[in-house]
Structures are given as C-alpha cells and as structure tokens.
Design a protein around this ligand. Structure first.
Ligand code: KG4
Ligand code: ZN
Length: 342
C-alpha cells in the first residue's frame, strides 16, 4: 500500500508518500513563513492563494522523488479540516481531482487525527494512549482509543499553547512564528525573574487557560523602563517555566483519569508544533517518569504541520477499509471527539 498525503490547512503546503510499512518514500514541505511574516501571523487569503500556486508542483516533485506514478498509488489522502477553509478547499479539491482522474479512493483526514497518529508512524505505539495536542490552533488532552475513536478529557478555554508562545513573542517584538524564538531566548534568561499566574492550577479536570498569562506579560512589560534582550530573555524563561508548571498540574490530573479508565494504557503522546520545544520535552519526560508512563514525541519534522502524518493517517484508515466520498465537504471546524465537543 502506498498513499499520497496532502496538507494545506494552514501555512505549509506539503505532500508525502507513505507505505503501510511506515516508509516515508518522499516528503516535501514548503513553508509560507516569509509571505506571512510582515503581518505577524497567517493571513488566510494569502495562504489560500499560495497553496493554489504551489501545490501541483509540490505533488509532482514528491512523486518524482519517490519515483512513483499516480497509477502506483493505493489512495489519495488530504486534510479535510479543521483549518483555514481556503487552504483546506485547495487541498481536498486537488486530492479529489487526482482520485477521480486516476480512479483511486479518496480519504479526507482530520488534521488533528494526523497529529495524533503521527506517533504511530515514528514509534510502535498501541491504543489506547493519552494524547496531548499542543499546536498553534489547538490545546487538548484526549484518549486515542483507536482510529477515528477519541475521548476528550479537556481543552483550552481561551488560547492554544502555540498561540500563547506566538503572542508572547509578538509582545516582545521577536517576530513570527514565536515558539522557536521564545525557546531560544529563554535559554539565556532567568526562569524565576517574573512570577506569572498559573490559571486553573490546583483545580479539578484537564482544561487549560493561557490568556491570564498573556495579560501578566503585558503588565510586566509596561513596568520595564526599557525593553532590551536581558528583559526579553527573563520574560521568555519565566513564561516557559510557568507553562511547564501549568502542564505538570494539568497532565497529572489527565494521567490519573487515564490510568483509572484505561488500565491497559501505558503511553503519553505529545504532538503538534509546541512538542518541538526542548524545554517542554524535558517537562514531559519528568512527568512521565513520575507517573510510570512511556513518553512518545514524534521527531520535530513530524510535530509541525506536514503531509507525512496525513498520508500515514490515510494508511491507518485505508487498512481498516475506510474511504470517503468525493462529496466530502471541507470543514473549517472538525472536533476530533465529535460527541463531546460538537
Ligand atoms: O502544529 P503546528 O505546526 O501548526 C498548527 O496546526 O497549529 O504548530 C505551530 C505552532 C506555532 O504556534 C508555533 O509557535 C509553535 O507551534 N511552535 C513552538 C515551537 N515550534 C513551533 N512553540 C514552542 N517552541 C517551539 N520550539
Ligand atoms: Zn497542525
């Protein structure tokens, strides 16, 4: 089995070919970073136009790299949502056109399920597993019971964690995307320089809240006479430290629930762009060591948006005989645990 995956839900145009034997035959990612940077965030209209301009070429390049023709493919998978709708439409329409012309099955992949299952491409992870999804648009704790079967334990009440990193960087004038910049700056700062609030800490449940943290940073900045790199480093280090404390608290509750409800479960998977952060990774390993859970974090290239995870989710679905109709409608919103959050 060989599946072509297409990802266009945000600001990466990506295509990949993945086999059921977990071989990534080819993988191409084109980031639109430079196009959005002047605006300090992703502009949906620019993203959609850029996907239109580049997707066909990216698919051709990927097929050529893998030395594969359309006739060799078992199915075509594309992100069907959630995401910026213009981009999702470009990806799904392209996948449907290829599927229709070459008489191949079409698979609409939930982008979040792509992130969730990426850990099963990089590692041998069995269901059920506890999943922390931390990206620019999402911050959720779920139990992955199987392909298409997710149980939500909690999520953010306001900002996603990646968004909190991005907003912190923006306030400090450190550009976009903020995550990697905050991580770099935090390495040379004092994590105890500022005391920021830890919203929801000590409360029951597995929800998150980061907006209070944002306000506290704004106040801290206003109190500084001059913004220089020393201040930036201390704010970034204190911010990361606080986020780590919040994670410790929220994850402890989630692990407790997970162990009680799924006694066979033994793994925590962390996926999404923020999982690329080395400091956060060290926090997750500490938590897992404390609670005797195995920690799986896919490699960084598989944590940020990419089509390999979409192709792999396609492999997982196709293996179970699941395909989608060409009538599938792209979805801006598409909760992973439909029943709980729809
Ligand atoms: O998964 P992703 O590529 O796209 C979404 O689906 O949202 O995640 C992007 C997010 C951005 O908010 C970015 O700032 C954050 O992940 N991110 C990081 C790091 N690398 C990316 N956050 C913290 N530290 C990083 N090293
Ligand atoms: Zn993503």
């Amino acid at each position: 089995m060989m599946i072509l995956g297409i990802e266009t839900s945000c600001d990466e145009t990506s295509a990949a070919i993945v086999t059921e034997g977990k071989q990534v035959l080819a993988h191409t990612v084109l980031s639109q970073l430079a196009e959005h940077a002047p605006y300090g965030g992703v502009v949906p209209e620019i993203a959609a136009r850029s996907h239109i301009d580049t997707l066909n070429g990216i698919i051709e390049q990927t097929l050529a790299k893998a030395n594969v023709g359309y006739q060799d493919l078992s199915a075509i998978a594309a992100t069907g949502g959630p995401g910026l709708i213009g981009g999702v439409i470009v990806g799904t329409m392209t996948a449907k056109a290829i599927a229709s012309v070459h008489q191949k099955p079409f698979l609409a992949i939930n982008h979040l399920e792509g992130h969730a299952l990426s850990a099963r491409l990089s590692n041998a992870v069995e269901f059920p597993f506890l999943l922390l999804l931390v990206s620019g648009g999402h911050c959720q704790l779920l139990v992955a019971e199987g392909v298409g079967k997710y149980h939500k334990l909690g999520g953010t009440l306001d900002d996603a964690l990646g968004e909190a990193f991005d907003k912190t960087a923006k306030m400090l004038g450190m550009g976009y995307p903020g995550g990697p910049a905050v991580e770099r700056m935090a390495r040379v700062g004092n994590p105890y320089a500022y005391e920021f609030p830890e919203p929801l800490k000590g409360r029951e449940g597995c929800d998150f809240s980061f907006s209070g943290l944002k306000t506290a940073i704004r106040h801290a900045l206003a109190a500084e006479k001059k913004l220089h790199d020393g201040v930036r480093a201390d704010i970034c280090a204190s911010f990361q430290h606080t986020v780590g404390q919040i994670m410790q608290d929220r994850l402890a509750n989630a692990i407790h629930l997970f162990k009680r409800q799924y006694p066979k479960g033994k793994t925590l998977v962390v996926a999404g762009g923020v999982a690329a952060n080395q400091y956060m990774r060290s926090i997750f390993s500490e938590i897992c060591a404390d609670h005797q859970l195995e920690l799986v974090i896919p490699p960084a290239w598989l944590c940020t948006d990419n089509a390999a995870m979409i192709a792999w989710a396609g492999v997982e679905k196709f293996t179970l005989g699941l395909t989608d109709s060409l009538q599938f409608e792209p979805r801006a919103r598409w909760p992973l645990a439909e029943a709980e959050t729809a």
